[in-house]
Structure formats: structure tokens, C-alpha cells
Design a protein around this ligand. Structure first.
Ligand SMILES: NC(=O)c1ccc[n+]([C@@H]2O[C@H](COP(=O)([O-])OP(=O)(O)OC[C@H]3O[C@@H](n4cnc5c(N)ncnc54)[C@H](O)[C@@H]3O)[C@@H](O)[C@H]2O)c1
Ligand SMILES: O=P(O)(O)OC[C@H](O)CO
Length: 328
């Protein structure tokens, strides 16, 4: 299974492009579907995605396209659209039977469905897997060491897909906990906004560490309520990604929060964005899903209020003045 195959990628943003580079480095031909004509032209003519991943010399084994039919012979397809556009993209692949590896992080608005259930509805004949973990695209594209969770209900499929894309510097760890792998990646983006707010408002590193720990408690409560396994939430796709995204301005979510903490209105930070800060889209969906599951998520609620324009100081005061409770 680890020999050369054609791998498809849907989504020509930073992460889709970095994963295309990983697949090409593993010796595969790669067909990357991108939405923007200039991304397709740049990859095919100059071997660069100057829009979303500038400065990275891409493998000539990556061929970009805007034709869905070009993905027909793919051995597996990495799906890397923004979460809220996944259903629309997958509608173009509804008859496919090759495994789909979902690499986006979010929960679908309206349905409150995790993305593997969205994919199952949209492409009923395809086996579904989830790839998630602490992965800044620019580091992966530069070949820096990275480890991820690759989850599929079928353990053999998870192991096969891991072997298909593994590289010495890109280590997928196979898992059968699909919902666990998804929930970590979705929730950490919301918590990263909160950590960015703490940083931007100058609340100190004690506060950031407390937020990571209490945020992880929130992630765990919600994850367990939705059927995730505790060990997955404490692994690469949960705690691992939470720590990464809550500690660096390389994170779009952390940076969004930092801007809010410094006093810039969320609406103006979100207006006309080229790149996606998934946490801003996930936060209200997560708040609704948590309410439906009867799970208390005070940090997520605070992030929602900040995104809706609530003042930073009053929102932090409200979070800190909740009644004392036990840690467990
Ligand atoms: N960038 C990373 O380091 C990274 C790492 C892991 C996971 N992810 C996840 O991957 C997913 C894609 O993120 P990214 O960083 O590749 O994106 P990006 O921010 O680099 O690029 C934006 C993407 O959104 C697409 N897009 C914009 N408007 C659209 C629309 N109306 N319909 C369909 N697509 C539209 C663009 O074509 C582009 O592919 C997200 O869920 C993100 O959380 C990103
Ligand atoms: O830049 P962010 O905040 O979207 O984070 C990117 C990845 O999800 C980190 O694992």
C-alpha cells in the first residue's frame, strides 16, 4: 500500500497544499482540486501556491485542477476545505468510493454534525477517515517533524492510510476513535481564540496556562458526552493541538483572539479575511451543541460573546466571578 498511487486533495488552502507536498514526498502523484484559478495556475506553472502558502517550492508531482472528474482515479482523497464548505464540495464527489481522509477542523452549522457524518451523508459509498493533530501548514511543508492522529472506524483502513502518506518527518498514529479525533481539532480552535484574548489583553502566562487546563476540561466534558475516548482527547488531536494552537501567533485563531484582546472589534478582524479562522465559525455551533448535550462550556460561551462584540474586560470579569467549584 505504500507504493506510488495517485492521491487526490480537495482544497488549495495552506493545509491542502502542505498535505499535497507530503503525499508527493511519499512518492505519489497528486491531483489537487482548488477553487481559485490563480492557485491552479500558480501550482502548475510555477510550482508555488503564492496565495495561501507563499515561498514554498512545491513538488512537480502535484498537478492542480478545477475539474472534479480529475479526481476519479485517486486511491484516496484528502478533504481540506473550510469545515462549513465541506458538504458543498463533497456534493461533487457523491459517487466516489475511494477513502476520504477529512483534514478540516470544525462542526457543521445548522445540523451540528461532526464532519465525518457530513461526509458519510454526502458520499455514502466512501470509507471515511479523519486526520488531525498539531500541524502548522508551513512547518509541515518545510518538512519539519510532525505527528498526527489518523482515525477510521476500521482499524485496518486507518493503518493502511497511515502507511500511504507516512514520511519520516510526518508520522500518522492510527486510531479507531473518529469522533474523538474530530472533537479535539474543532474545540481547540475556539479555545485558541480565548488564549489569544488573554495574551492580547496582557493577562499573563499564569492565566494562559489556566485557560489551557480549564479549556481541556471543557473539551473533555464535551468529547465524552459525544462518545469520544478520553485517551484520544489527551493525545495529538486533542491536547497536543490545543497546546500548539494556544501558544503561537502562527495560529490564525490565536491571532484573532489576540487582536480582540488588544481592543479591535471581532467583526473588523473577520471582515474580508483571505484565510480561515475556524474557531470563529465553530464557537456558536459548539455552544449550541454543548447546550443540546447538557455540557457546561463557560470558555466557549465567553468566546461567543466576544465574537458578538461584548467588551473584553466585562467578559473576562464574568468568567472569573463565576461561583467556585471543584476541579474534577
Ligand atoms: N493551515 C493550517 O495550518 C491547518 C492545519 C490543520 C488543519 N487546518 C484546517 O484545514 C482547513 C482548511 O484550512 P486552510 O488553512 O487550508 O485554509 P486557508 O485559510 O489557507 O485558505 C482558505 C481556504 O478556504 C477556501 N474557501 C474560501 N471561501 C470558500 C468558499 N466560499 N467555498 C469553498 N472554499 C472556500 C479557499 O479556497 C482556501 O482553500 C480548515 O478547517 C483548517 O482548520 C489548517
Ligand atoms: O492557524 P490555526 O489556528 O487555524 O491552526 C492551524 C492548525 O489547526 C494547528 O494544528
Amino acid at each position: 500500500m505504500s507504493g506510488p498511487e495517485t492521491i487526490g486533495v480537495v482544497g488549495g488552502g495552506a493545509w491542502g497544499t502542505a498535505l499535497a507536498q507530503v503525499a508527493a514526498s511519499a512518492g505519489h502523484a497528486v491531483t489537487l482540486w482548488a477553487r481559485e484559478a490563480e492557485v491552479v495556475a500558480g501550482i502548475n506553472d510555477a510550482h508555488e501556491n503564492a496565495v495561501f502558502l507563499p515561498g514554498v517550492a512545491l513538488s512537480p508531482a502535484i498537478r492542480a485542477t478545477q475539474e472534479w472528474s480529475d479526481l476519479a482515479d485517486a486511491r484516496a482523497i484528502l478533504v481540506v476545505t473550510p469545515a462549513q464548505h465541506m458538504r458543498g464540495a463533497l456534493a461533487n464527489l457523491s459517487a466516489h468510493q475511494a477513502p476520504l481522509i477529512l483534514c478540516s477542523k470544525g462542526i457543521e452549522a445548522g445540523t451540528l454534525l461532526p464532519l465525518h457524518e457530513v461526509a458519510r451523508q454526502a458520499v455514502p459509498g466512501a470509507p471515511i477517515a479523519v486526520l488531525s493533530g498539531p500541524t502548522f501548514a508551513h512547518e509541515v511543508a518545510a518538512g519539519l517533524p510532525t505527528a498526527v492522529t489518523l482515525a477510521a472506524e476500521d482499524a485496518a483502513l486507518a493503518a493502511e492510510l497511515a502507511a500511504l502518506i507516512a514520511q519520516p518527518t510526518f508520522r500518522p498514529y492510527a486510531s479507531t476513535d473518529v469522533i474523538g479525533a474530530e472533537i479535539g481539532g474543532a474545540v481547540k480552535n475556539v479555545l485558541a481564540i480565548a488564549c489569544g484574548v488573554v495574551d492580547g489583553a496582557g493577562l499573563g502566562q499564569n492565566a494562559r496556562a489556566a485557560l489551557i487546563a480549564r479549556g481541556f476540561a471543557e473539551m473533555t466534558r464535551f468529547g465524552l458526552a459525544r462518545g469520544a475516548r478520553a485517551e484520544t482527547l489527551a493525545g495529538l488531536s486533542g491536547l497536543g493541538d490545543l497546546v500548539l494552537t494556544c501558544s503561537s501567533t502562527s495560529s490564525r485563531n490565536f491571532s484573532l483572539g489576540r487582536g480582540i484582546g488588544q481592543g479591535t472589534p471581532a467583526a473588523s478582524l473577520l471582515e474580508n479575511r483571505l484565510t480561515v479562522a475556524e474557531g470563529a465559525h465553530t464557537a456558536p455551533v459548539l455552544r449550541e451543541a454543548a447546550a443540546q448535550a447538557g455540557v457546561d462550556m463557560p470558555i466557549t460561551q465567553a468566546v461567543c460573546r466576544l465574537l458578538e462584540g461584548a467588551p473584553v474586560a466585562a467578559t473576562i470579569d464574568a468568567l472569573l466571578s463565576r461561583p467556585l467549584r471543584s476541579e474534577a
